[in-house]
Design a protein around this ligand. Structure first.
Ligand code: AMP
Length: 212
């Protein structure tokens, strides 16, 4: 089964993708993670995208479609597309790529949240630099012993673009360029809404109900 997790920044896509990877052996394809990796390792492409990402704007369709193409051509399945597609051009490209590799898209899960919750989540969020476990200052603080509950590492990071100014741009990019995908996938009969505001387990239950 291949799915898209769709929602604004801070909706919990990454957290839910990790639960699906652990619980169902699915494969998370996060273009945000791929771009951050390219940026951190200082590749040519990484240098090109660094500035755009810091501002909270979208990088070009060509770059992210290339990243996804590379992953899909490696084979496998059970993909969770997390943060991709973000534009109608990317959505069309994904449909073509899936055809090319003989895969299909089963569900597009739209996570329903409100902007106040997003701001609260994003400005309070940090992740384990070693395994990617997500923490939140209010709801899931970093343990007192400063060790990740998942892997034991003590390397917590805050994303450079998790600040109010960049977030404002990221939200506007979402509403202008990504939210039209809700209509696109609705028209294709693939859109499923899941409440994204509850506890992590409740949201995961909503997603499981769709998948099962
Ligand atoms: P994310 O981790 O999904 O929040 O993505 C972080 C940043 O990476 C975004 O704000 C964009 O600058 C860039 N990015 C990630 N995925 C895409 C995409 N599918 N299209 C364009 N830009 C993207």
């Amino acid at each position: 089964m291949n799915i898209i997790l769709l929602g604004p920044p801070g909706a919990g896509k990454g957290t839910q993708a990790r639960i699906l990877v652990e619980g169902r052996g699915m494969v998370q394809l996060s273009t945000g993670d791929m771009l951050r990796e390219a940026k951190d390792s200082g590749t040519e492409m990484g240098k090109v995208v660094a500035d755009v990402m810091a501002k909270g704007e979208l990088v070009t369709d060509e770059i992210v479609i290339g990243l996804i193409r590379e992953k899909l051509e490696q084979g496998g399945g059970g993909f969770i597309f997390d943060g991709f597609p973000r534009t109608l051009t990317q959505a069309d490209a994904l449909a073509d790529l899936m055809d090319e590799v003989g895969q299909s898209l089963d569900h597009v899960i739209a996570m329903e949240v409100n902007d106040d919750a997003l701001v609260q989540r994003i400005t309070a969020r940090s992740t384990c630099g070693s395994c990617g476990e997500v923490y939140n200052d209010m709801t899931k603080p970093i343990p007192a012993d400063n060790k990740c509950t998942n892997c034991g590492a003590s390397d917590f990071k805050r994303r450079a673009d998790d600040n109010e100014e960049s977030l404002r741009t990221r939200l506007m990019e979402y509403y202008k360029k990504t939210s039209p995908l809700l209509g696109y996938y609705h028209a294709k009969g693939q859109l499923r809404w899941v409440p994204g505001l509850g506890e992590i387990d409740e949201v995961a239950g909503g997603i499981a109900a769709v998948l099962d």
